[in-house]
Design a binder for this molecule. Structure first.
Ligand code: FES
Length: 250
């Protein structure tokens, strides 16, 4: 594997299930030849299996373990969070190996086993997990944000084909222009994977109001921001009819 590490974990969503995960594992196996294959941990349902894997003993003193993170939406804040969590676990277990993390944000290119495999040897990109205090000390990470509404824009594959990424930019720009973005009483904007009614997309939902919208162009985005997110009134002609609307009140 690599002389610096006694164990390498490849960690990311969808690594165990589905065609992409299967192809990734197959390619990885071919790359490591006769050597021990790195462990692959699927985080689609959470990180419990990663935390558990870190508890497994490693041979020798001063062992080192590398986490190759394959989260497609990884960014600096996410990576700091992961390092901080790993560092705390290691602190709680004096026998724990020294932990390092490296990230391969693959985005929409899918899982590239060769690139992930090569990252094991790119020692200069590996980050230690001890003393990562920036995240833990940020109070925003420990409280529910004070936004009045949360907007979920679907950027799943079918909504993206219908132009969701361009709509995302318009939505974000307009919220910033109106000073509604991520502030008390304002809007927390979140991109999501498929929200399911793909054929009715691009899909955008507003909570806690429980409104499902189809927004097809920039002018509709602007109307939605003005009507619902600024004035608090649902924009009825953009709503996707739901057979369950009002069911909770019945
Ligand atoms: S891809 Fe957007 S709802 Fe399915």
């Amino acid at each position: 594997m690599h002389e610096d590490y006694q164990r390498v974990l490849f960690v990311g969503p969808g690594l165990q299930g589905g065609a992409l995960g299967e192809a990734f594992r197959k390619a990885l196996k071919a790359l490591c030849g006769e050597g021990e294959a790195p462990r692959v941990i699927d985080t689609l349902d959470g990180f419990d299996s990663l935390w558990a894997a870190l508890d497994e003993p490693l041979p020798g003193n001063g062992a080192a373990l590398l986490v190759v993170d394959l989260e497609p939406t990884s960014d600096s804040a996410y990576l700091d969070w992961l390092r901080d969590e790993l560092g705390r676990l290691a602190q709680a277990h004096p026998q724990a190996p020294k932990l390092w993390v490296t990230a391969q944000a693959l985005g929409r290119r899918g899982l590239d086993a060769a690139q992930a495999w090569a990252s094991i040897g790119q020692r200069e990109r590996h980050l230690p997990c001890d003393n990562v205090n920036a995240v833990a000390s940020d109070p925003d990470w420990s409280r529910v944000p004070p936004h009045a509404r949360q907007v979920f824009l679907c950027t799943g594959p079918r909504c993206v084909r219908r132009g969701a990424l361009a709509l995302w930019k318009t939505l974000r720009r307009e919220l910033l222009r109106l000073d509604l973005m991520e502030k008390p009483g304002g809007v927390l904007l979140t991109r999501t994977a498929c929200q399911f009614p793909c054929n009715l997309g691009p899909v955008l939902t507003v909570h806690p109001d429980g409104c499902w919208y189809r927004v097809s162009d920039d002018s509709q985005v602007l109307r939605l921001v003005q009507g619902h997110l600024r004035e608090g009134e649902a924009v009825s002609d953009l709503l996707i009819p739901s057979p369950y609307a009002g069911a909770a009140d019945a």
